[in-house]
Design a protein around this ligand. Structure first.
Ligand SMILES: Cc1ncc(COP(=O)(O)O)c(C=O)c1O
Length: 355
């Protein structure tokens, strides 16, 4: 009787801080600063409470069909999760045997490591990769050596914001024996994506995963989805909790998804602010990795430690993200907020660090 040993040893995933006060500048968890589509408000205010008396559609039929139609594929190639985090947790169970491992870029989304530990398998980081075919083939060699059966390729990557071109991922997947999940949580902010790899009729092992949490401004709703070969999608269905996406979430996500014009407008605003912010940070001597996402990963000028900037900003109620460690500890990940929020951040930096 008791707790499994590997869970006893587990540190557990620590998500970014969610301060309760609304009077903070919150640039630490890559949420969208703009509200969700007004179509979501309409759905919520007219939601029939009687629909909550019954269980929701276990197969999210209408939402899956809308996603399939938009991507020129069929519903049987679409799966919806309680956030894309749930899809990742299911994938760790479904696509990995006890003696296999989970691989990803490094640094990347830190949850992957925790999911491997919960599953009691090894996590293997294969380096930064980005758009470098040579490094991608080195990653492939590492996958073979470490018996990796599930590769989680974050694209654009987090926390770096770098984009790998689809052709590089396609070449990797072609040679990789296991399942590749391209985690496209931030792809709507990027110039390209891998969806056509997932919908290609001959695709055998690429799943592309998206979320409503970032570009759709619905992190609180908990809806993510993925598209891939039917047999892999079927496997996710088999392992999922019966009613994993609640009725309100299905309806609100559908409304947001169908409001393409609003979505494009919001994404364009974030990208415009990001481009301007990258320039002003660079002008102040920060080393900014060119981002294809809704955040930047930047290193303060020489003589200023990222950790100190993080603590100073927190003291001024400005939350950014600091990831300690040799690969990430010299930078801060700063979510793109409104122009006004970015100005507040820059003014605070200038107060303390501008010479
Ligand atoms: C790379 C990446 N994948 C997945 C997620 C999880 O998204 P969701 O809110 O859909 O669970 C995040 C959240 O920050 C992320 O950064």
């Amino acid at each position: 009787m008791g707790i499994a040993l590997h869970i006893k040893k587990l540190a557990g995933y620590v998500p970014g801080e969610q301060p309760r006060s609304k009077n903070v500048v919150k640039l630490n968890t890559n949420e969208n600063p703009y509200p969700p589509s007004p179509k979501c408000t309409a759905v919520l205010s007219s939601f029939d409470l009687d629909d909550l008396r019954r269980y929701p559609d276990p197969n999210f039929t209408t939402l899956a069909k809308a996603i399939a139609d938009e991507n020129g594929t069929t519903s049987d190639r679409v799966f919806v999760g309680n956030g894309s985090d749930e899809i990742l947790a299911l994938a760790a169970r479904v696509f990995v045997e006890d003696d296999e491992s989970i691989g990803s870029l490094d640094p990347s989304y830190t949850l992957y490591k925790t999911l491997a530990a919960i599953r009691d398998v090894k996590w293997v980081g294969v380096g930064r990769a980005a758009d470098d075919v040579r490094r991608a083939s080195a990653a492939l060699a590492e996958c073979r050596k470490s018996n990796i059966s599930l590769f989680l390729w974050t694209n654009p990557n987090a926390p770096t914001g770098e984009l790998t071109e689809p052709k590089t991922i396609a070449a990797f997947a072609k040679k990789f024996k296991g399942v590749v999940i391209v985690d496209e949580a931030y792809a709507d902010f990027a110039r390209s994506n891998c969806m056509s790899l997932a919908t290609a009729p001959r695709n055998r092992n690429v799943i592309v995963m998206r979320t409503f949490s970032k570009s759709y401004s619905l992190a609180g709703l908990r809806v993510g989805y993925c598209v891939g070969p039917k047999d892999l999608i079927d496997a996710l269905y088999k392992a999922k909790p019966s009613y994993n996406v609640d009725a309100v979430a299905q309806a609100v996500a559908l409304a947001a998804f169908k409001d393409g014009a609003y979505h494009r407008k919001t994404v364009a605003k974030v990208v415009k602010t990001r481009t301007a912010f990258e320039k002003v940070l660079a002008k102040r001597g920060w080393d900014v990795i060119k981002s294809e996402s809704n955040f930047v990963f930047a290193k303060p000028p020489a003589g200023t430690a990222a950790k100190d900037v993080f603590s100073y900003l927190k003291g001024r109620d400005i939350y950014v993200r600091y990831f300690p460690g040799p690969l990430t500890g010299d930078r801060l990940r700063i979510t793109i907020g409104t122009d006004r929020q970015m100005k507040t951040l820059l003014e605070a930096l200038d107060d303390r660090f501008r010479r």
